[in-house]
Design a protein around this ligand. Structure first.
Ligand code: COS
Length: 382
């Protein structure tokens, strides 16, 4: 059983402890699922998470009431990730894909939230392009005003839920100014004419992922989220909320690796005694436990700071994501090492965690981007 004493920390209220307990029971009944067909598995997970009420935490109410409670988002992601990485992915994308609608959506646009919160529609966040992953200000996709709407042309890539999403949040250049100040955000239904899945992308921990082509995709002016020219700030505000949740997912993976390792070192005998009696092994266990607790402190510090009213948590969220993802990688690597041959055996839990963790140091802002963000914040910049 993974350590749950962190739930006593003052970052949480009783409703969070109750949420964590209820979700733990749900996970034991429903996870893991078969990942053989990731499209079918992800769609089914979203439906089940929606039917059982967990997706109500992924977005605000369609009538505009409520908030995104980041502590709940983090607890849910941590718990799901500890049981099944694909379940965490399915939950996370419902929040990221609709984050701009929760924070900036019009009443009409927020109608999507009725379906995404019920697990009846899947959403996706379409920001990255072949030439602008880390450098968001360099987005090349265009959205040209035409009559009573906009026409979108260009490509998006590394789009999670690409191919199975019902609605995309798309960032494009509307040209109010150069660089970051000339971008806008749009809500685009997947079935809009001209929006095509150009390529499905396979990765080391498979999940639905695609490159999208936009060829003269016409959307009405009401598809614009927030104001024209505000797209960069909308993207960054969404990432400020969701980056600490990526740290939370990494934390869930790391806790699972530590849990598996504790069982392993107490049961596996070497040189006539359990592995756990070797001081060198104890040193690794201590480092793993320290990495887990330090990550948890940073993740829930960021979440609590946002929930208690900070206008921006750019530094806290970047620190949480950077530390938790990089250190989960260390924890899981040690877990693989302490499992010996079993650690690299296909289908073993630590082998799958080793594959699952890697992308988290890349998506939603690579580790070095987080370092840039933190340094700028420390020096009084953006
Ligand atoms: N919240 C609100 N506004 C923000 C912001 C934030 N977190 N971060 C920056 N801004 C504002 C700035 O204040 C600035 O506003 P003004 O034009 O009014 O001065 C504007 O946005 C531009 O900011 P900045 O100059 O810092 O932009 P840069 O082009 O230097 O980019 C980085 C900054 C690299 C940090 C940004 O592009 C980034 O986060 N990249 C990673 C993107 C990412 O996560 N990709 C993964 C895709 S999702 S899987």
């Amino acid at each position: 059983m993974a350590d749950r004493t962190f739930l006593d920390w003052p970052f949480f209220e009783d409703r969070h402890r109750d949420l964590a307990d209820r979700l733990e029971s749900w996970c034991k009944l429903n996870l893991p699922v078969d990942h053989g067909d990731v499209d079918a598995a992800s769609t089914a997970l979203v439906a089940k998470l929606g039917a059982d009420g967990w997706l109500t935490h992924s977005a605000i109410e369609p009538d505009g009431s409520g908030t995104l409670d980041v502590r709940s988002l983090c607890l849910i992601r941590e718990t799901l990730a500890r049981h099944d990485g694909l379940a965490d992915f399915a939950f996370a994308m419902q929040g990221l894909g609709t984050g701009a609608l929760s924070l900036f959506g019009s009443p009409e646009q927020r109608q999507w939230l009725t379906k995404t919160r019920a697990g009846e529609a899947l959403s996706a966040f379409a920001l990255s392009e072949p030439k602008s992953g880390s450098d968001v200000a360099n987005i090349e996709m265009t959205a040209v005003r035409d009559g009573d709407g906009y026409v979108l042309n260009g490509e998006k890539t590394w789009i999670s839920n690409g191919g199975i999403a019902d609605v995309y949040c798309v960032f494009a250049r509307t040209g109010e100014a150069e660089g970051a100040r000339g971008l806008s955000a749009f809500v685009v239904p997947a079935k809009t004419a001209g929006l095509e899945i150009a390529e499905r992308l396979g990765v080391i921990a498979p999940h639905p992922l695609a490159r999208l082509a936009f060829k003269d995709v016409r959307v009405p002016a009401t598809a614009l989220i927030g104001d024209a020219g505000q797209g960069f700030k909308i993207a960054m505000s969404v990432l400020d909320v969701f980056r600490s949740t990526v740290g939370a997912a990494a934390l869930g993976f790391a806790r699972r690796a530590l849990e598996a390792t504790l069982i392993r070192v107490k049961s596996r005998e070497l040189f006539g005694a359990p592995l756990a009696e070797l001081q060198m092994v104890q040193g690794h266990i201590a480092d793993m436990a320290l990495d887990v607790d330090a990550s948890a402190l940073l993740v829930y510090r960021a979440a609590w700071t946002k929930d208690t009213g900070a206008p921006r948590v750019t530094r806290e969220a970047a620190m949480a994501k950077l530390h938790a993802t990089d250190h989960a990688q260390n924890v899981i690597d040690k877990a693989v090492q302490l499992h010996g041959g079993d650690g690299v055996r296909s289908g073993h839990i630590v082998e799958s965690l080793y594959r699952e963790i890697r992308a988290l140091r890349i998506y939603e802002g690579a580790s070095d981007v987080q370092r840039v963000v933190i340094a700028r914040q420390m020096m009084g910049g953006n």
